[in-house]
Design a protein around this ligand. Structure first.
Ligand SMILES: Cc1ncc(COP(=O)(O)O)c(C=O)c1O
Length: 382
């Protein structure tokens, strides 16, 4: 039987190797502290949990693919408050099962190989889903390296000019996973203009927009011409709601109409009780500010530790990640394996593409108490 080669090929979901390292630590009697996956351990705000519980009705109908009007309005209002932009809730907003689902689906919506639009540009190191989904959809993938010397921002001039008319989607992700870099609004402005000129879609994954420690990061929503821009965001990180699977996409009306049809065909729609909990989450910023304070305290612990132990932090502008240089001569995988043996699980940079070699990523998701325990261990190991 032949299967889609994008599912059977050598490219494995990157966290499989770390799972094995964790198993070995457990077998050795340790209780590992896991900094490898960006799944916050912080509690979801009680008001959001209550909103979910109170929204479970006696009968739960099929949810509509385009989402409740109240949720689309809440999303548009939040975008207005946060980024100072006007978004039409009726034609420009679509709730999604986490931003991941909308990110994945985009490749089945925005590619047109028959018209020669079959290239997807992704940045590397990076979140693996855009590349995996693009391959599943039969696209050709171009990886654009994010270099520390350029502030981990993409350098699109590296792409041959003849290629641009084949590009269907250009992905950017800021604040960035894994490098923790943020993007200036000017980058979005230039890319959005370029996208409009060449007829491709600038897809901006902003899942970490609310995890910041200085100025609030810019959004691609703030560019003057949004005709070729789609923005993806999520409650997962902002409100520690990963398990709810609640995100959204904001984009131009023709794209949103195609999303709606795709979602009707594939049967993906956000359950209404999740939508109502999301409305509650979007209504206030207090819980988000409290959450940022917790991440700020964890960052302080590790930034101080790394300063003491001579580990260079290459990126820490925003997100709950620290992107650090592997000390000494070890590969990132050997370094991560060594830490795992002591019960501290980090992600080797090579897991995010070859441009990530030489670095490791720490997701500050364990509790403050667990972070303190990990700092004590690393004080010895580093
Ligand atoms: C860069 C990036 N984008 C999107 C997502 C998807 O998050 P969710 O589907 O929970 O919104 C993640 C998850 O870790 C991520 O790291």
């Amino acid at each position: 039987m032949r299967l889609n080669p994008a599912l059977t090929g050598p490219l494995q979901y990157p966290f499989a190797a770390l799972d094995e390292a964790r198993s070995r630590a457990v077998a050795a009697g340790l209780v590992p502290i896991d900094f490898s996956i960006g799944d916050p351990h912080e509690a979801t705000d009680p008001a959001i949990r209550r909103a979910l519980q109170e929204s479970v009705e006696e009968r739960s109908r099929y949810p509509r693919s385009e989402g409740l009007p109240e949720l689309r309005e809440a999303i548009a209002a939040w975008c207005g408050r946060r980024f100072g932009v006007g978004v039409d809730p009726a034609t420009e907003v679509m709730p999604a099962l986490g931003s991941k689902e909308a990110i994945f689906s985009l490749h089945f919506i925005a590619l047109d190989p028959t018209a020669g639009r079959d290239v997807v540009v992704v940045t590397e190191p990076g979140y693996p889903i855009p590349e995996r989904a693009a391959r599943l959809a039969g696209a050709r993938v171009l990886r654009l390296p994010l270099r520390e010397a350029n502030g981990f921002l993409p350098e699109p001039e590296e792409i041959p000019s003849a290629t641009w008319d084949r590009v269907a989607v250009f992905w950017v992700n800021y604040p960035n996973n894994p490098t923790a870099a943020a993007a200036p609004l000017d980058l979005y402005r230039r890319l959005a203009e370029h996208a409009a000129r060449h007829g491709y879609l600038l897809a901006s994954d902003e899942a970490y927009s609310e995890i910041y420690f200085g100025e609030p990061p810019a959004s691609a929503l703030q560019v003057p011409d949004r005709s070729h821009v789609a923005v993806f965001n999520s409650q997962s990180k902002r409100s520690s709601m990963t398990g709810y699977r609640s995100g959204f996409v904001v984009g131009p009306p023709p794209l949103m109409r195609a999303y709606r049809l795709w979602r009707q065909l594939s049967g993906v729609a956000v359950p209404e009780f999740i939508q109502r909990a999301t409305i509650r989450a979007l209504a206030g910023e207090d819980h988000v500010e409290r959450m940022r304070e917790v991440y700020r305290a964890k960052r302080r612990l590790f930034l101080d530790l790394f300063a003491r132990r001579g580990v260079r932090v290459a990126g820490c502008e925003a997100t709950f990640y620290l992107w650090c240089e592997v000390p000494g001569e070890e590969s990132s995988e050997a370094f991560a394996t060594r830490l795992a043996e002591h019960g501290v699980i980090v992600a080797p940079g090579a897991m995010f593409g070859s441009a990530g070699e030489g670095y490791f990523r720490l997701a500050l998701v364990p509790t403050l108490e667990e972070c303190r325990r990990a700092v004590d261990i690393l004080e010895e190991v580093l």
